[in-house]
Design a protein around this ligand. Structure first.
Ligand SMILES: C[S@@+](CC[C@H](N)C(=O)[O-])C[C@H]1O[C@@H](n2cnc3c(N)ncnc32)[C@H](O)[C@@H]1O
Length: 251
């Protein structure tokens, strides 16, 4: 089953690699992830599911030892063009081709919602950072209301069939702890978005755009994302969470 799921992710991101990179450029600019992760000059930083490098490239201001591991070769081809100095590895986040303790900071941004079984991934992050390393997970989060999570999951799947799970902050915390880590800091950022830039007509098939539009029209109010009409467009609220974690002192 994981292989079929990985193929669904690869299919989706091979198709959109270049457009995804352009659409999502700059979306982490206000996040402050480098400072939040207490990144020191020259540290070895890795991103799991790093795609075209839009997230990890922020760390280039403090280190040039940057590695992306990603399932999708097409995403890494775009990363190669934009960030020629980065190390790029095709691989699964649940089976990192890296030695234990060989990394100072293991990150992952906007990839956990594509991963059905995230605990083994956190365990891999814990393994590669060794006892003094840190782990930073960034992902979109839902509200804590079960009905809203269910509704949002339905919407996300219509938009992107490779979507695995819509999770509330409490679930992300549980996943990190189940992977054997202790949370040292967390932050939630709230962003305003527009439907027209969330589903670019050049990036998404028209049929999907139409299906998502009519779903929002009917059920958008059930997602907890505060969908508001703006002429032909929709505005909505998206929450993104950062969790910084490390190994407990005892292990
Ligand atoms: C939404 S994109 C995010 C890319 C990048 N982190 C960013 O925010 O710009 C998700 C990426 O995760 C990758 N991905 C999903 N599941 C993965 C897995 N199990 N192992 C490695 N990469 C994975 C996809 O190929 C895709 O490039």
């Amino acid at each position: 089953m994981p292989d079929a799921r990985n193929r669904a992710v690869q299919e989706e991101f091979e198709r959109v690699a270049e457009l995804f990179s352009r659409r999502s450029a700059g979306r982490f600019d206000e996040l402050g992830a480098v400072e939040f992760a207490r990144t020191n000059p020259g540290e070895r930083v890795i991103e799991l599911g790093g795609g075209t490098g839009n997230f990890i490239s922020a760390f280039a201001e403090v280190t040039d030892d940057l590695t992306i591991v990603d399932l999708t070769e097409g995403m890494l081809r775009v990363a190669r063009r934009h960030h020629p100095g980065m190390k790029l590895v095709v691989g699964d986040a649940a089976r990192l081709p890296l030695r234990s303790g060989s990394i100072d900071l293991a990150t992952s941004a906007q990839a956990f919602h594509h991963i059905f079984e995230p605990v083994p991934v956190v365990m891999e992050m814990r393994r590669v950072v060794g006892k003094d390393g840190r782990v930073l997970i960034v992902d979109q989060v839902t509200s804590e209301k079960y009905e809203e999570i269910e509704a949002l999951m339905e919407l996300e799947l219509l938009r992107d069939p490779s979507h695995a799970a819509s999770r509330p902050p409490s679930a992300l915390r549980l996943i990190v702890r189940a992977g054997g880590l202790e949370i040292v800091d967390e932050k939630i950022q709230v962003d305003e978005q527009r439907f027209s830039s969330w589903m670019w007509p050049v990036e998404f098939p028209q049929q999907r755009i139409d299906a998502v539009r009519s779903w929002i029209e009917r059920w958008g109010h059930k997602t907890g994302m505060d969908f508001r009409r703006e002429g032909d467009d929709w505005a909505f609220t998206r929450r993104r969470m950062m969790i910084l974690a490390e190994r407990p002192a005892s292990g």
